[in-house]
Design a protein around this ligand. Structure first.
Ligand code: ADP
Length: 254
């Protein structure tokens, strides 16, 4: 049963070289995402992935079409929607002088919720960093902390915008495990990624966007059979990433 329904989404922005003219950054996107799915949105830079998510999240105005999350119209009830979604943006800024526990308590208060910060940090494997400041976290730890922040309101749907960009292989796999664990609790997860391996191994279904439109949609298996039916010869061995992990994985800091 769909928890997210998007019909004909459209968003116009000024052309970069002529501000008097506009172009469609998102142009007629429709999506039906089932409860409990991990749904991936793929596409080259500028395809309209982030803008599509931002419209769903109530962060930018919708120029055309409409959408509901769990039956709530995102345009007419943006605050109600914000109460049931968690959002991890591509980049985050925090108050420098607050610790992870203090920041989570603060974010909880913004939702008028009393939260258990240690429990949230445990979920993202950062309990030992409870008193640390975000500036002192590694890239992978920062990403996991931003997911903890997105979980303060116990969301039904979690949006992750390129959650593993820039992470080393070990940190990336830790984050995949976290996404799978959250999904196993019944949470619907919508993510954008440039990483094909990530999309193939994590996502139940994928939409591929280009020039503001969805150009293909299906399970990874369906998309491969439909668009790349001739598989390359099976490799005899693992890939270089496996070598990297085998040699350094346990010692890597994430
Ligand atoms: P993606 O996430 O697929 O990389 P985006 O949704 O970020 O793509 O961007 C889609 C297009 O919209 C790009 O051409 C981008 O430059 C443009 N765009 C995004 N946000 C804005 C904005 N606030 N103002 C003007 N143009 C924007």
């Amino acid at each position: 049963m769909p928890i997210i329904e998007v019909e004909n989404f459209a968003k116009k922005y000024p052309l970069p070289d002529n501000k008097n003219e506009t172009f469609f950054a998102v142009n007629g996107v429709s999506l039906h995402i089932d409860k409990g799915e991990i749904f991936g949105i793929l596409g080259p830079n500028g395809a309209g992935k982030t803008t599509t998510l931002e419209m769903l999240e109530g962060l930018v105005d919708i120029d055309g079409g409409h959408a509901t999350i769990d039956g709530i119209d995102v345009q007419s009830h943006p605050f109600k929607v914000k109460g049931i979604i968690g959002v991890q943006l591509q980049a985050n800024e925090y108050f420098d002088n607050l610790s992870l526990v203090e920041l989570l308590t603060l974010f909880g208060a913004l939702y008028s919720r009393e939260i258990d910060p240690e429990n949230l940090l445990g979920k993202v494997n950062l309990l030992d960093k409870a008193k640390a400041k975000p500036a002192n976290l590694s890239g992978g730890q920062k990403q996991r902390f931003s997911i903890a922040c997105a979980l303060v309101n116990d969301p039904k749907v979690l949006f992750l915008d390129e959650p593993t960009t820039g992470l080393d292989p070990q940190a990336k796999r830790n984050l995949w495990d976290l996404v799978t664990e959250l999904n196993n609790t019944g949470m619907t997860i919508v993510l954008t990624t440039h990483n094909m391996e990530e999309a193939e191994s994590l996502c139940h279904r994928i939409a591929i966007m280009d020039h503001g439109k969805i150009v293909a949609e299906g399970t990874p298996q369906q998309l491969i059979l439909q668009h790349a039916p001739e598989p390359p010869e099976a490799p005899l061995h693992g890939n270089l990433e496996d070598v990297f992990l085998a040699l350094t994985g346990h010692a890597l800091r994430d």
